[in-house]
Design a protein around this ligand. Structure first.
Ligand code: FEO
Length: 574
């Protein structure tokens, strides 16, 4: 089946194949997709893989991207009446796999959606209609009959916080969605051509998995507790059949290397209490985007106290999500161990969870403070249901903490370049701009100088954004923002304002005159010119993203005005 969409003329096809006993793969082949999410410049397209397992009961594992709506739904209809599917297993809720969940629920209203608690919460926001659900935890089982006993493996952060793997004991197939995948589109169902897929396999790991290397190691450990895995049915690219040990071994080696040298922060919280999972995930995102590794520990899962002690004494920072007031000796013991192993000069941050029965925060914070820890961000208090702004605040708090624990490294890097080279590089100059963005209810802004026109047709420019910038999350591919141009002789006030260090979650526009652009982002009233822009692609430049944007509207307030220019002394820091 081939369909060319009118707008893009890109090739989308569907491949249906039996891959194991009673098991059919429905692979959506996106041949020409040339970028993905945030960081990928794709060479070889991608696929979105979905699976149908037929025991006495039937389960569909994941769906597809919404661009495959008709192709995918027709393909599944050709295999089975939707109303006869009993379960829809959601490995995680990212739209490339869950883009058609709403459609499946319309076609099969009685279907039971199976997922982690966080996945089900995300889905509730996505579909807005009631649906039957089964929330699963690690090692939970679901028997489809005919030997197809499914066992679930919790694999948070691979690469979303809500991820689960599913293991079918009959076919010894592990369904992993993003993990062990690659963006590689071909007619090959399996990994027979190891040489051809290796570069993309590694690139995918580096972009998506390396930031969560410790989570990869935890998942590999859990996978080791299963029976011998015969096949890994991934959500992207070919399925792993011929090289399962080799390719899982690479994940192990890469993740071990990754975790050895890095600065690490421990995030300790009680999973599934209040909004702790999503709050912890937002903190994790903020920490990892500043290049610091995170190890998450669920205090409710009875962690090994010796391992906990070892972890706390080796991390550079500690984040605690408040547990509920409880007599649970395990949770109390774990908290006591964290306190007993913490040491001065570590960073500490505390967040409430909104569970309604949190331990009070300040007595705990004061104990850490008395031990000589540095409070990296004010206690995150949750008084009402968290919003997008709450999660953004958590992300920014995580970044602040990560920047504090890596401050020595940053200073060392600053001094490491040769003085002459520093000065020569500093002679590259740019204009002065303020980028302003609004995504849903979250607003942000940043002073930018590394802006350069990059194309005529379409009109476009590039801007370099440090990876740990708060606004970076609002500049993903497809996001819209405003580029405000500052005026020579009239920029000091705005520059000073936006150069300030803002507390996590602070309103960056307080006291600044603005009006909304058509895309919702604030236009600065005192800017010389503004442009409405859309992010088209992003290139990874190690500590920055080079963001290429197209411009579709704009105005100059003073036709004779000149752009403010930024002259620098050295080029190895801002
Ligand atoms: Fe392939 Fe995380 O979605």
């Amino acid at each position: 089946m081939v369909a060319l969409t009118e707008r893009t003329q890109k090739r989308l096809t569907i491949q249906i194949t039996d891959i194991a006993t009673d098991t059919t793969a429905v692979r959506s082949l996106d041949w020409d997709r040339d970028r993905f999410d945030i960081e990928f410049g794709l060479q070889n397209g991608t696929t979105y893989n979905s699976f149908l397992i037929r025991g006495e009961k039937t389960a569909l594992v994941d769906t597809s991207h919404e661009k495959f709506r008709h192709l995918y739904l027709d393909a599944v209809k050709g295999l089975i009446d939707f109303q006869k599917i009993d379960y829809l297993i959601i490995s995680h809720t990212e739209p490339d796999h869950s883009g058609l969940v709403k459609d499946v629920l319309q076609l099969a209203p009685e279907i039971t959606v199976v997922g982690s608690k966080v996945a089900i919460q995300f889905l509730e926001n996505l579909v807005h209609t009631p649906f039957k659900r089964l929330i699963v935890k690690n090692a939970d089982k679901l028997d489809l009959g005919n030997g197809h006993e499914l066992e679930f493996v919790i694999a948070p952060n691979l690469h979303w916080p809500d991820t689960i793997f599913t293991f079918d004991h009959k076919t010894k197939t592990l369904y992993t969605c993003d993990a062990f995948g690659l963006h590689y589109c071909s007619d090959d169902i399996f990994d027979e051509n190891l040489e051809a897929i290796s570069p993309d396999y590694q690139y995918y790991y580096e972009c998506l998995m390396a930031p969560n290397a410790r989570s990869v190691l935890s998942a590999l450990k859990r996978m080791g507790e299963l029976e011998k895995i015969n096949m890994i049915a991934t959500g992207h690219g070919p399925l792993l059949l011929h090289n399962v040990d080799e390719l899982t071994g690479r994940y192990l080696t890469w993740s071990q290397t990754q975790t050895k040298a890095e600065t690490t922060v421990g995030v300790f919280y009680v999973s599934e209490y209040g909004a702790s999972d999503r709050l912890a995930a937002a903190l994790l995102h903020g920490i990892t985007k500043a290049g610091v590794a995170v190890e998450m520990v669920d205090l409710g899962s009875n962690p090994d106290l010796q391992e906990l002690r070892e972890l706390v004494s080796r991390v550079a920072g500690i984040v605690v999500g408040m547990p509920p007031v409880t007599n649970d000796a395990n949770i109390q013991g774990a908290l006591g161990t964290i306190l007993g192993s913490a040491k001065e000069k570590q960073a500490i941050g505390i967040f409430e969870t909104g569970g309604g029965n949190d331990e009070p925060t300040y007595p705990l914070l004061n104990k850490f403070r008395a031990l000589g820890l540095h409070v990296a961000f004010p206690v995150i208090e949750i008084r009402e249901t968290p919003t997008e702004n709450t999660y953004k605040l958590c992300e920014e708090a995580g970044t602040d903490l990560a920047q504090w624990v890596t401050r020595d490294k940053s200073i060392k890097q600053m001094k490491s370049l040769g003085a002459d080279l520093d000065k020569a590089l500093g002679r590259i100059s740019g204009g002065l701009y303020i980028i302003t963005a609004k995504k849903n209810d979250v607003k942000s802004a940043m002073l930018a100088s590394w802006v350069a026109q990059a194309s005529f047709k379409p009109l476009g420019f590039s801007v370099a954004v440090a990876k740990d910038r708060a606004i970076e999350s609002l500049m993903q591919v497809g996001d819209k923002f405003v580029l405000n141009v500052l005026e020579e002789g009239n920029y000091q006030g705005l520059m000073k304002h936006f150069l300030k260090r803002f507390a996590p979650g602070a309103d960056r526009f307080e006291g600044v005159r603005t009006q909304p652009a058509q895309n919702g982002a604030p236009i600065l009233a005192d800017a010389l010119a503004y442009m409405e822009c859309e992010v088209t692609s992003r290139l990874d430049a190690v500590d920055h993203w080079i963001v290429y944007c197209t411009v579709y509207a704009g105005r100059v307030s003073k036709p004779e005005g000149l752009t403010a220019v930024h002259h620098r002394k050295v080029g190895n820091h801002y």
